[in-house]
Write a protein that binds this ligand. Structure first.
Ligand code: NAI
Ligand code: MG
Length: 347
C-alpha cells in the first residue's frame, strides 16, 4: 500500500452534502484512503446541512475554505424548489467562476443497451438561461400570471468554453468537437455560440474537426447512434439536460462524474443530486462520486492514482460483478466500497 507523506498532502475542501451525500462520501473517502490519495481534507457543511449549522446553504466558512484550497470534492446539495434560496450549485459556480463543466461518460459494464460509449460533454457553466434573470407579471388577481426569463450568452463566455473544448480534445487525443445549439429559433442567445464555434474551428483546422447540431436533433441522435459523437460543447441548460441523457447511455446517473473548472478553483462532484427517495437506506451508488475523484486526481497531476482507481472499478464491476441496485446489482453502498478496497489492496 502506498501512503502519501503528510508534507506532500494537497489541501482540499470536502463537502459531504445532503441526502445520500454523506453515505456515498464516506464510502469514497475510505476508498481514497486505501488508494493513498494525497488529499488533506477540510470538511465543510453546505446545502440543508449548511442551513442547519450556519443558517445558510452556502456558509461563509465553506466559501473561505475553497478560496484557500482552490480544490473541492462535493456531495450533492439539496436546493429547495420554488421560493427562498437560490441554487447552491449555481452560486458556487458563480462565486469561483467555474466556467467549464466537464462530464465524461464511458461504458464500464458491457452488454447493456449500448456498448463502447466514450463521450465527453463540456457544458458552459455560468451563462445562458441559468443566470436566472426571472420575474413574474401580475395580471388581475394572479401574481404569477406571466413568467419571464432572460438568457445571457456573451461572446467572451462562448470563446472561453469553446476554446476549452478544443484544447481538451487536443490534449486528450480526441478528434471531433460538436457544437450544440438552437440557433434556428434562439438566433441571438444560442446563435452567438455557434458563430464563435465556427470562427474558432478555423484555428484548429487539421487538428480537431468541428461540426454542429441543433439540440433536439442531437438528443435523438444520442439515442439512435451515440458513437458518431466525441466531444460535445454546449450552453448551460442544454448541457444540463444532455449530460443526464448521456449518463443514461452507460447505466444512469450513478455512473456519471462531473468537474466544475475555473481559473480560481475546481470542484468535483457527481452529476446526480441528493436522491432523497433513497437517502439513509445504504443502497446509493457511490460510483459517480468516486469517478469524480478520478477527475480530481488527474487535475492534481496524479493520473497514476486515477488509473489505479479506474482499474479497480472496472474489475469490481466486470470481474467481481459487484454492483449496486441502480445498475442491476444487489450490493449495498458499503458492499461496493468493500469490493473496491479489496481490489486496491490486492492490486
Ligand atoms: P437526483 O439525481 O437526486 O435523483 C434522480 C433519481 O436518480 C432518483 O430516483 C434517485 O434515487 C436516483 N439516483 C441519483 N443518484 C443515485 C445514486 N448515486 N445511486 C442510486 N440512485 C441514484 O435528482 P432529483 O431527485 O431531481 O433531485 C434531488 C435533489 O438534488 C434536489 O434538491 C436537486 O436540487 C438536487 N440536485 C443537486 C445536484 C448537485 O448538488 N450537483 C445535482 C442535481 C440535483
Ligand atoms: Mg443536472
Amino acid at each position: 500500500m502506498v501512503f502519501a507523506n503528510i508534507e506532500n498532502k494537497i489541501p482540499a475542501t470536502l463537502i459531504p452534502g445532503d441526502g445520500i451525500g454523506p453515505e456515498i462520501m464516506d464510502a469514497v473517502v475510505r476508498i481514497l484512503d486505501v488508494l493513498g490519495a494525497p488529499f488533506a481534507w477540510d470538511v465543510q457543511q453546505g446545502g440543508l446541512a449548511g442551513i442547519k449549522s450556519a443558517g445558510d446553504p452556502l456558509p461563509g466558512a465553506l466559501i473561505d475554505s475553497i478560496r484557500r484550497t482552490q480544490l473541492a470534492l462535493k456531495g450533492p446539495l439539496t436546493t429547495p424548489v420554488g421560493g427562498g434560496f437560490r441554487s447552491v450549485n449555481v452560486r458556487l459556480r458563480e462565486e469561483f467562476h467555474l466556467y467549464a463543466n466537464l462530464r465524461p461518460v464511458r461504458t464500464m459494464i458491457p452488454g447493456q443497451r449500448y456498448d463502447d460509449i466514450d463521450l465527453v460533454l463540456i457544458r458552459e457553466n455560468l451563462e445562458g438561461l441559468y443566470v436566472a434573470f426571472e420575474h413574474y407579471i401580475e395580471v388581475g388577481d394572479d401574481p404569477h400570471a406571466v413568467a419571464i426569463s432572460s438568457g445571457v450568452n456573451t461572446r467572451a463566455g462562448a470563446k472561453r468554453i469553446i476554446r476549452y473544448a478544443f484544447e481538451y480534445a487536443l490534449s486528450h487525443g480526441r478528434k471531433k468537437v460538436t457544437v450544440v445549439h438552437k440557433a434556428n429559433v434562439l438566433k441571438a442567445l444560442t446563435g452567438i455560440f455557434l458563430e464563435v464555434g465556427r470562427e474558432m474551428a478555423k484555428e484548429y483546422e487539421g487538428r480537431v474537426v468541428m461540426d454542429d447540431r441543433i439540440v433536439d436533433a442531437c438528443a435523438m441522435q444520442l439515442v439512435m447512434n451515440p458513437w458518431q459523437f466525441d466531444v460535445i460543447v454546449t450552453t448551460n441548460l442544454f448541457g444540463d439536460i444532455l449530460s443526464d441523457q448521456m449518463s443514461g447511455l452507460v447505466g444512469g446517473l450513478g455512473m456519471a462524474p462531473g468537474a466544475n473548472i475555473g481559473e480560481k478553483a475546481a470542484i468535483f462532484e457527481a452529476v446526480h443530486g441528493s436522491a432523497p427517495d433513497i437517502a439513509g437506506k445504504g443502497i446509493a451508488n457511490p460510483l459517480a462520486l468516486l469517478l469524480a475523484t478520478c477527475l480530481m486526481l488527474k487535475h492534481v497531476d496524479r493520473a497514476d492514482l486515477a488509473a489505479r482507481l479506474q482499474t479497480a472499478v472496472d474489475q469490481t464491476l466486470k470481474v467481481d460483478g459487484v454492483r449496486t441496485g441502480d445498475i442491476g446489482g444487489k450490493a449495498s453502498t458499503n458492499d461496493f466500497a468493500a469490493a473496491i478496497i479489496k481490489r486496491l489492496a490486492n492490486g
